[in-house]
Design a protein around this ligand. Sequence first.
Ligand SMILES: NC(=O)c1ccc[n+]([C@@H]2O[C@H](COP(=O)([O-])OP(=O)(O)OC[C@H]3O[C@@H](n4cnc5c(N)ncnc54)[C@H](OP(=O)(O)O)[C@@H]3O)[C@@H](O)[C@H]2O)c1
Length: 236
Amino acid sequence: MTPSANSRPVALITGASRGIGHAIALRLAPTHDLALVARDASRLADVARECEVLGASVQCIAADVQNGLMTAQRLDGLHVDVLVNNAGVAVMKPFLEMTAEEWHRQVDVNVNALFHVTRAVLPGMVARGRGHVCIIGSTAGRNTFVGGTCYAGTKHFVMGFAESLMLEVRDAGVGVSVITPGSVDTDLFPAGTNRTWMLEPKNVADAVGFAIEAPAHMLVHRLEVRPLSPKRPRAS
Ligand SMILES: NC(=O)c1ccc[n+]([C@@H]2O[C@H](COP(=O)([O-])OP(=O)(O)OC[C@H]3O[C@@H](n4cnc5c(N)ncnc54)[C@H](OP(=O)(O)O)[C@@H]3O)[C@@H](O)[C@H]2O)c1
């Protein structure tokens, strides 16, 4: 996707096939053209159709962001003004019950993919002197909990990565934001979880919108959004 001078900015969203990434795509579709990344090509195509109705030109990129080579190849040459690193996985269980595969998958998607995806599109932003990298962290990036050794560890990494990257690229005109939601009503949670009190995905998408739509001289670097209370079901 190589926009002409008068076209809309391009937002690349990882994990756009469902959940928070899907909501971010819908939130940005009226103002941005979109590059949507996830493994499930069929779901991506459904999301793309919804976004096109809202005015976006959409490119679907079926890719596993755990795979650095595949990610670099599929994103090569893409013009991106706004990157939303959203793809993530969670396996919340005690350390002694976690398999090596569960450990490595979380580290690969939540941590290593930040390198693969950001490395592919950040040079273009720096060369143009403008751009925005937004990362979906978590309140688990500040907290600890039983069952969180790996997930909370990866989200703590996100906080350190995001703030360091922000300091590195702000003088080049590129902003870095990290959105830290509390619990959100998505399939990240196991079946049977009571999700009636959680944030809706669109609430997180609005936080992303707030961060990337701030005036050019103002950087929203960290933004935490939470459900009001686990004891109060959503009104909607
Ligand atoms: N839900 C919450 O309570 C909550 C709270 C705080 C932060 N977060 C964060 O929000 C982000 C989105 O989570 P969610 O709740 O929307 O989860 P979700 O509904 O399970 O969606 C996860 C998304 O990530 C994509 N993904 C997973 N593995 C991938 C891979 N290897 N390659 C490419 N894409 C991959 C999935 O697409 P495919 O399966 O099609 O590849 C899907 O689109 C994550 O970073 C999560 O840590 C969530």
